[in-house]
Design a protein around this ligand. Sequence first.
Ligand code: AMP
Length: 422
Amino acid sequence: MKFDDLGLSAGLLRAIGEQGYTTPTPIQHLAIPPILQGKDLMAAAQTGTGKTAAFLLPLLQRMESSPPGKKPGPPQALVLTPTRELAAQVTRNAEALGHHLPLRTAVVFGGVKIAPQARQLRQGVALLVATPGRLLDHARQGNLDLSRVKTLVLDEADRMLDMGFIHDIRRLLALLPPTRERQNLLFSATFSNEIRNLARGLMNHPEMVEAGTPNTATPRVSQVVHPVDRRRKRELLSHMIGSRQWQQVLVFTRTRHGANRLARQLEQDGLSTAAIHGNKSQGARTRALAGFKAGRIRVLVATDIAARGLDIDDLPRVVNFELPDTAEDYVHRIGRTGRAGREGEAISLVCTEERKQLADIERLLRQRIPHEALEGYEPSTSLRPRPTGEEKRRSRKAGTQSKAPRKGRPAARRTTTGGARF
Ligand code: AMP
């Protein structure tokens, strides 16, 4: 299937070519036709699958065929995203893909001055990308009218719920035209019960599409766990960056404080490093990201929330300096690499205190991640202790020597072959 076969307009096809896209990704292939037909759609797609263009292309096409009139007025399409970075990223994509269309796009998010955004909104905008909190502020200040929105997109809806945006979303929905009078699109990495509940009140008999199995890591990303004591992680990371001559690495920590501390320590080790997290100003975040993309910054240390929406071409690897508490975040983290058909590497430095998180991740992925202790950095306690004789006997009896844990059953109980005793 080619983009030509999807019935997209000449202006969009030109922009697609300029972006260097040759064939639609699976989610684009599945999502574009029903959206073009005006249907509501729930799509399960992870970051890095081309999901943004999957909703932007048909959205732009529908807006192109019913232009807002000579003077731009209130927004006709609204894309809600959980984070500022994702909002900025979606906007960049919309501007690139809508380059040959006469549609005005704007973005609003918190952490920056509200007045310039208000001025822009009053001038009129066709496609508005926003984070929920700041959009509500604008609506309350009377800076925009949401009653003309014909298409609503919730991007990374699972993350919006995780971040507690449900109340803001409900308040915003009350300002939009009734559900049946607008097209509703919901994109999420997973279809959890919470997402299905949200969709029930929001959508009109949606079609559902899934690109690949949800909750699985992309096969193009090779994954490895290096067991190491917690106190030696920083030293190991510095050593790996230096000895393997990594020029660009995205490193995840669990907390903002941890991100700051690690960034400081790596700087002291002589590695140009920046931290990106929710306590940093928008300016600092933008500068750090620009420096990283341009190659001036070698190591970008990020927390999960800050990393949502980062789109860095050719990011070769991510390192989990600490495993996330939520297994789904691991999938999002490693989805930062191996994008758009490229290979990627996901390396996790795991200490014994993180056994539970590792077990949760492997259970979610239904996959065992290979362990490789690095010489000189072997941990004092093994991450996967050898099974006892009794455990081996029980395991043989139960015939549970399979390599991957089955759905819904804890990995720890599935095997005792030295694999998953957490
Ligand atoms: P997304 O999942 O929307 O974050 O997209 C991930 C990356 O894939 C972005 O850098 C897009 O520019 C790129 N991309 C989207 N669609 C395609 C396509 N059809 N072919 C190649 N790259 C694409």
